[in-house]
Design a protein around this ligand. Sequence first.
Ligand code: K3U
Ligand code: ZN
Length: 146
Amino acid sequence: MLKLKASDVSSNEFGSAWLYGLAEAMQSTMLARNGVGIAAPQVYVSKRVIIVASKANLRYPDAPEMTPIVMVNPQILARSEQNNLGEEGCLSVPNERGQVPRTNEIFIRYFDLEGQQIELMLAGFPARIVQHEIDHLNGILFVERL
Ligand code: K3U
Ligand code: ZN
């Protein structure tokens, strides 16, 4: 499952009880495991849904506190040129951490659970989490980027 390319959520799935249920299952798994993000394939659903929930922590003391954002069919539209190394872990790769190069700033487009399109610029730790989670949607684990 973690090696598959996940499918887009289709227009008839927006606003459905199924999609809300998936987001709830993802959020409760993420909170139970003390994660700062999660992707649907990590709960065995090969669909393009991620949650991003940055918070300050030992490795990223200046990270912003974010109310968890559910992003459906997220896309990176533009990237800054600068790459930074930063520590990552993964709920699906227990006991492994590593320094992963990621673009510092990204401009993204995604849809909320009801299908409203949102565009957002992110920098630093939240941008890192989004890149890690979109990798999950494309079947890539952070250990492949070390
Ligand atoms: O690395 C973790 C972490 C937890 C709290 C604060 C800071 C870091 C736990 S692993 C994690 O949250 C992954 C979740 C995953 F695997 F489901 F995607 C997200 C992540 C952590 C660090 C960098 C990028 C993404
Ligand atoms: Zn992960």
